[in-house]
Design a binder for this molecule. Structure first.
Ligand SMILES: Cc1cc2nc3c(=O)[nH]c(=O)nc-3n(C[C@H](O)[C@H](O)[C@H](O)COP(=O)(O)O)c2cc1C
Length: 221
């Protein structure tokens, strides 16, 4: 597949077919994606790949955490966006909820959406990206971003969709319990992966981007 076409067609997929992704394809995707750049080639990423009953179990337990009102406690600090960043976040939420027919005041439907997020949007597979505490620093996060996007792009080549998801690592202790990831590994991000259900309303979403002129200054031209 053409690289530019893959970059332009990648989008977050929030509705999937049930068909599991063959292990060989997931392996190939991750193998190719590890060509992603990282600070001084430290390659700070490690993968925990989930499917079958283990992923079912995780989805169930994550939902229970939410339903019992357990506070989220991600391994990484979270700062709520403000200003223009908040504006972009709200814009995304409004468009997404319009597509999903979720009214702002409809708490029940909003909760159902959160539950679907905690089920990795019913994707048949998920990849958790971990980083060892020995290498963790802000530069490592840069590498974790680069591997995440590379996985998402390579997945497009295989007809797969992804959603990079913080929601999957919001309750890291539960993920550790089910997968045996040790305490010394920080859970950086989750990626839902599977074959897109193109009829699912949220998959029609084309998120906005700031025009280049608003975010770029040129010098010496
Ligand atoms: C670090 C990170 C965390 C994200 N977490 C979530 C999440 O928990 N739930 C979700 O629906 N989307 C999540 N997303 C997807 C973003 O909302 C999405 O990338 C953004 O709106 C741009 O849309 P696009 O991916 O379709 O281009 C996350 C993306 C990133 C990079």
């Amino acid at each position: 597949m053409d690289l530019i076409e893959a970059i332009k067609s990648r989008k977050s997929i929030r509705g999937y077919k049930e068909t599991p992704v063959p292990k060989e394809i997931l392996t190939e995707i991750m193998e190719i994606a590890t060509r992603a750049p990282s600070s001084t080639n430290t390659q700070p990423w490690e993968f925990t790949v989930l499917g079958g009953t283990v992923l079912d179990d995780l989805k169930q337990t994550l939902q229970e955490q939410f339903l019992t009102g357990t506070e989220t406690n991600p391994d990484f600090s979270v700062k709520a966006p403000t200003g223009v960043y908040r504006k972009r976040q709200v814009e995304l939420g409004i468009t997404l909820f319009q597509l999903m027919d979720i009214a702002r005041e409809d708490k029940e439907k909003r909760n159902l959406w959160t539950l679907s997020m905690l089920r990795a949007f019913d994707a048949p597979n998920a990849i958790i990206i971990n980083v060892d505490e020995e290498i963790y620093n802000d530069w490592a996060m840069f590498g974790l971003g680069s591997i995440s996007q590379t996985i998402a792009l390579v997945a497009v080549n295989f007809g797969l969709g992804t959603c990079i998801q913080r929601a999957l690592i919001d309750y890291p202790d539960v993920v550790r319990q089910i997968t045996g990831i040790p305490q010394s590994k920080k859970l950086a991000i989750g990626i839902a992966i599977g074959y897109p259900d193109w009829d699912f309303p949220a998959n029609k979403l084309q998120s906005n981007r700031e025009p280049l002129t608003n975010i770029t200054t040129w010098h010496g031209f």
